[in-house]
Design a protein around this ligand. Structure first.
Ligand code: NAD
Length: 268
């Protein structure tokens, strides 16, 4: 292990945006710890093989980002694999990418029989547990480790265009992505004195499993097309490129920002 080795942790990295970020950071010369749910172990192992093609080391650590002990284990495994605090010269990076989504109007009245259907509160809990609580845990335990190392750090979270404005039928998801932006701003202010930057990406629609799953669920329940704006889709590598920039050492004064990746469809 070189004393110059750099390490990034990417959550939700078995596929989609997280996988693209992990491979981009490996291409940039970082060792990468990839995390995802246990059911994604095989896909996660495949990503570590792809990382080694860039002559970097990968480590797959399964765990649920919303589980406090599993988040602690993710950090501990990363430190164990990539050396003690003393041998990692550069600051490490946390990319809190894992997230889930669903669509459900708050209240839906079926015209045929006037039956009122309301959004299950469990949906709110499920979404916010992964997207908001998971981000909180990732930021918290990454920051603890970075402060112990005393060399600053880079934290990047996954918000969305849905973290910038409301979209019909996306209530719990929108709330969770606003939470990510709020936490990003607050953590940025609090952690600035430790040389830690905290930023977020806000993609427009990206053709990943997340959107495919929503479309399939809506179709199975006769709910029509997914209500997303008719904007030019963006690609996973667009987001990976942004993250590649945000984790660089020279971005030390770029913090608390939420960057749109949406082909100019939204300017907030
Ligand atoms: P995806 O479904 O393709 O991938 C998400 C990954 O996260 C999956 O591999 C999944 O298994 C993992 N994951 C889910 N819950 C987890 C948990 N509790 N712990 C660990 N891993 C977990 O989704 P994606 O499109 O790549 O989305 C990545 C992030 O980008 C999400 O936070 C999402 O909300 C956000 N985002 C996506 C879009 C889009 O249009 N796809 C747009 C804006 C923001």
């Amino acid at each position: 292990m070189s004393i110059h080795s750099r390490v990034a942790i990417v959550t939700g990295a078995a596929k989609g945006i997280g996988r693209a970020i992990a491979l981009r950071l490996a291409r940039d010369g970082l060792n990468v710890v990839v995390n995802d749910l246990p059911k994604m172990r095989n896909e996660l192992e495949d990503v570590t093989s792809e990382i080694s093609a860039f002559k970097q080391q990968g480590l797959a650590v399964c765990g649920d980002v919303s589980n406090e002990n599993e988040m602690k284990s993710l950090i501990a495994s990363s430190v164990e694999k990539f050396g003690s605090l003393d041998v990692i010269k550069s600051s490490f990076k946390m990319i809190s990418n894992a997230g889930i989504a669903l669509t459900q109007p708050l209240i839906e009245t079926y015209k045929s029989d006037s039956t009122m259907v309301v959004a299950p509160t469990e949906d709110w809990d499920r979404i916010n547990k992964v997207n908001a609580r998971g981000t909180f845990l990732a930021y918290k335990y990454a920051a603890i480790q970075m402060i112990k190392q005393g060399r600053g750090g880079r934290i990047v979270g996954a918000s969305s265009i849905a973290g910038k404005q409301g979209f019909p039928e996306w209530g719990p998801y929108v709330a969770s992505k606003f939470a990510v932006r709020g936490l990003t701003q607050t953590a940025a202010i609090e952690l600035q004195k430790h040389g830690i930057t905290v930023n977020a990406y806000c993609p427009g629609p990206v053709a990943t499993q997340l959107l495919l799953d929503i479309a399939a669920h809506r179709e199975a329940h006769g709910r029509g097309e997914t209500p997303i704006p008719d904007w030019k889709p963006v690609e996973v590598d667009d987001i990976a490129g942004l993250v590649s920039f945000l984790v660089k050492e020279e971005t030390k004064n770029i913090t608390g920002q939420s960057f749109n990746v949406n082909a100019g469809a939204l300017f907030d």
